[in-house]
Design a protein around this ligand. Sequence first.
Ligand code: SF4
Length: 393
Amino acid sequence: MGRRARETAGEAEGLFDVADLVAAAAPAAAEEGRAFRDGPEAARLLRVAEIHAEPAAAASWRGRQIIARFPGARLVGTDSHWRIPHLHGNGGNVERWVRIKSETLVLGERASLTVRPNGRSADWIAPGLSNGCAMACAYCYVPRRKGFANPLTVFTNVERVLGALGRHIAATGPKREPNQCDEKAWVYDIGENGDCSVDDLISDNTADLVHAFRHWPTAKASFATKFVNPDLLRLDPRGRTRIRFSLMPPEDSRLLDIRTSPVPARVRAAADFLDAGYEVHFNLSPVVIRPGWREAWGELLQRMDDVLPRRVKEQAAAEVIMLTHNEDLHGVNLGWHPRAEELLWQPGLQQPKRSENGALNVRYRTAVKREAVEALTALIGARAPWLRVRYAF
Ligand code: SF4
């Protein structure tokens, strides 16, 4: 049976030959060329000097591709991508927080292939192909359990992850009722613990996911991003991937979103991504309460209204998420970015919340949060009335 025939049969069953999906994706990505990935801007973000790799990850096809991309990097074996004492357990690494993100890469095999229900940013949280990120947002929740360093971990067992997704999508069947996540498709968040746009600078993991979702008519991929990677414009997602540009007032972003693309560039990129076949939404988060925050958000919404063309506005929606923080991360951040903590750590406005894993998180007090959500929702109604708010909390 030829590839197209197999795809058609697979589509009917909701199942696919995953090896074929990956094989079909990889040459396509290679043919398309990766001008940005190989250019100076990407090199400024990533100067990989050290790769920690689990043996199976290093031996895998994807792992070998990644290692070959960084021929000058020192390869270090590790038993577990999750616990590398020299990295995660070394308190001295806090001072090198940003540098480690640039110079260190971890390769591992994803153990859990569970698809979790969500209902907010997406219907389902997919098992992602990365954990951590080369950017350094001070509020990022990913390092909360990682200790003193949060380098980018890339998972190399792509076929197993795509297989798990395909089986879940087949078992779930079509969406019968529209909901705030999507009218017709089940939405799978593929980037819960990383940034797929940056992952694409390392390997074709994001391309493989985007291409796989083209073949799943009942499902849609979705990821939030703070990085404009023009290489993603070449992936031809055919409407089956939703990119959510994360936005906050530029002055907050310059302090809190270290190493990300400037906010105006993210707004400007929206039309290009729509024209390239993505659905484009916005992730208005985290909302950080500080003197003048309402005015700053009002200006951002006005800028969106001024800059975005009608075709973007007609399909756009947004999620609004208030800041949450974490006591241990607050302590770590004081070691590398104390100015950010002046904004993020506001005990007078925040209340503790013990998470399921026992960590002490904080969020804005109930009344403070309610009032802020109402204020921002009203600002959206006044400055960007075309922007449907999918949810705000
Ligand atoms: S871009 Fe996302 S994953 Fe990366 S540091 Fe920022 S919040 Fe964390």
